[in-house]
Design a protein around this ligand. Structure first.
Ligand code: FES
Length: 574
């Protein structure tokens, strides 16, 4: 098989001419024949002025290049789409598949024997996992690392659990406009990803436990010198992979590795978003993530890492406590330790090098968990025939069994217009329902599942209510929030049938979410939906990426990938 500069020659009908031309152009960069004869390591650069989380990427690139050259390879840096959570309209999830396609095609189109993928901010690592799985070029993941914590009036602050908590305090009138501005400057004090167990931290831990990134690379702070040393070492590993031609992502991202990822997701109190991303990446390789198996794992694996939003600490504390390798030690009875890593080692060998002598209080032993069951539970019931998710480790225990009256918002716009209205008929015992915020309805399944507590209730000190939607939720958020209700309202899922004043029952112990309306009435509402369609769903786009997205995006239980990117092209199910 062709390697290095001879790989994937541009089609001119004359391979030797193609190579001649390629070399002529690359020599304009001043490269010698010696350099061009080396194994080529691509480096996917996701720096962007719009992506503050990736502010350290230029230094990471420099360190990776150093590692590649010290090991005798030729580093070739190239750009891909970069997505920041707060700078992506309408939502970053809308763009994840576009970034996955961009990355996959660049890995395939350009000559490289291995690649280093620099990711971090929420959707970037998932997009890169999907791309790596499909392109199957030997790949090393380098997370950008978490931010350091912020400080305000003697309190430690973390993006974005404390962004949401303090914004709620402001909405409730307990913080004034001057103080909330001061807090705004202190919530994200350095480059790096959110330093709580949000999606970025969760996905970084996942690529580490899956053996796609070096040990400790998930947790080293973004600003620390160790982060650069880890990047340099990643470059060196990438050269070894380029020389040997593997291991390839398809060899590492096995069913066992995905199961290990789910174990760690539960034990770290990981983001619910990870489930969608893992389903998408696994789907690229024909591996099924079974929601019922995820729930069963949650009953077996306790939350052990004491990190916000489920616990107290932040990512830098998790790192100094020993990070993912130390957690592996606590989970060794549940993990498949024969799974392989990019270094060619098994997890058992990685575990053999873990020092467990140091005292720490962030990673609990299995006998003293933060919560006896894992973070994510899967709900079924007449409102979610294909499943819904609740992050129980971030929810209010007293609301785990709750029946309440539905207060319905037809869309994000409807919610924004009415949720704070003094005239809204709502009490703390009601269930807030948001429709048309799923993959198609919004579009892009925004992180809108954290419905705000209506202002008049927030002012009375109400901090949590049962909330339902077909949306996602930031991994940094806290609350008794049912998410990913599938099928979504825009496709005529049962969520679309809820009306104001209906009774809804949440029973987390029984893993059910039900609408307490008789069958005949439900059938009547379904017939009405078929006749009139969804009220509140976004208009159908007629051009460009938005039209492609609308036509092709799958539901949450299928990872929200595009149907045509999944082997076998599954038909979209209503
Ligand atoms: Fe980038 Fe949180 S906004 S990781």
């Amino acid at each position: 098989m062709a390697t290095g500069m001879k790989k994937g020659l541009t089609s001119y009908g004359d391979a030797e001419f193609s190579l001649f031309l390629r070399k002529a152009f690359i020599k304009a960069m001043g490269l010698s024949d010696d350099a061009l004869a080396r194994p080529i390591v691509g480096i996917a650069n996701t720096f962007s002025d719009y992506n503050a989380c990736h502010g350290n990427v230029p230094r990471l690139v420099e360190a990776i290049k150093r590692g590649v050259m010290l090991a005798g390879g030729l580093p070739m840096e190239f750009p891909t789409i970069s997505i920041h959570e707060s700078f992506a309209w309408p939502t970053s999830m809308f763009l994840r598949n576009l970034m996955a396609m961009d990355t996959e095609e660049m890995l395939r189109a350009q000559p490289m024997d291995s690649v280093v993928l620099i990711g971090g901010c929420d959707k970037t690592i998932p997009a890169q996992m999907m791309a790596a799985a499909s392109a199957d070029v030997p790949a090393v993941f380098v997370p950008v690392g978490p931010m350091l914590v912020g400080h305000h009036r003697g309190e430690t602050l973390g993006a974005c659990t404390d962004c949401r908590r303090l914004w709620s305090e402001f909405r409730g009138g307990r913080i004034d406009a001057v103080e909330i501005e001061a807090i705004n400057e202190r919530l994200a004090p350095t480059a790096g990803t959110c330093m709580v167990m949000g999606t970025a931290s969760t996905m970084a831990c996942i690529v580490e436990i899956m053996g796609l990134a070096l040990p400790h690379s998930a947790t080293i702070p973004a600003t620390h010198a160790d982060r650069l040393r880890s990047a340099e070492a990643s470059g060196t590993v990438a050269v070894a992979m380029a020389k040997s031609g593997g291991p390839k992502p398809s060899e590492i991202m096995s069913a066992a590795a995905f199961r290990n990822a789910l174990v760690v997701m539960q034990a770290i109190g990981g983001s619910t978003n990870a489930l969608i991303h893992l389903t998408a990446a696994a789907g690229r390789l024909g591996v099924q993530i079974d929601l019922d198996a995820v729930d069963a794992l949650g009953r077996e694996v306790p939350v052990l890492v004491d990190l916000k939003p489920s616990g107290q600490h932040y990512m830098e504390h998790f790192h100094w406590a020993g990070g993912v390798p130390r957690l592996m030690h606590e989970l060794s009875g549940v993990l498949n330790l024969e799974a392989r890593t990019i270094e060619g080692r098994s997890l058992r060998e990685v575990l053999g090098a873990v020092d467990t002598r140091e005292a720490q209080d962030v990673i609990r032993p299995r006998g003293e968990p933060i919560s006896a069951q894992g973070s994510v539970v899967v709900l079924r019931g007449n409102l979610a025939p294909r499943g819904a998710i609740l992050k129980q480790s971030a929810a209010t225990p007293r609301l785990m069994q709750h029946t309440g009256r539905a207060v319905v918002f037809d869309s994000l716009d409807d919610m924004a217009a009415r949720v704070d209205s003094p005239g809204l008929d709502v009490t703390a015992d009601d269930v807030l329902v948001l429709k048309n915020a799923g993959p198609i309805g919004a579009p892009g399944m925004p992180e809108a599942g954290y419905l705000p507590i209506p202002k008049k209730l927030a002012a009375q000190g109400v901090k949590d209510m049962v909330r339902l939607s077909d949306a996602r939720m930031s991994g940094t958020a806290f609350g008794t929030i049912v998410l990913h209700m599938t099928p979504e309202a825009a496709l005529g899922g049962p969520l679309a049938m809820i009306k104001n004043g209906d009774s809804i029952r949440l029973d987390v112990t029984a893993r059910r979410i039900d609408l307490l309306v008789d069958e005949a009435e439900l059938a009547r509402r379904q017939a009405d939906f078929r006749e009139h369609g969804a009220s509140g769903a976004a208009p159908v786009p007629d051009r460009g990426y938005a039209a492609l997205f609308h036509r092709s995006v799958l539901q949450a239980d299928e990872g929200c990938d595009f149907d045509f990117l999944v082997p076998g092209h599954p038909a979209r199910r209503p």
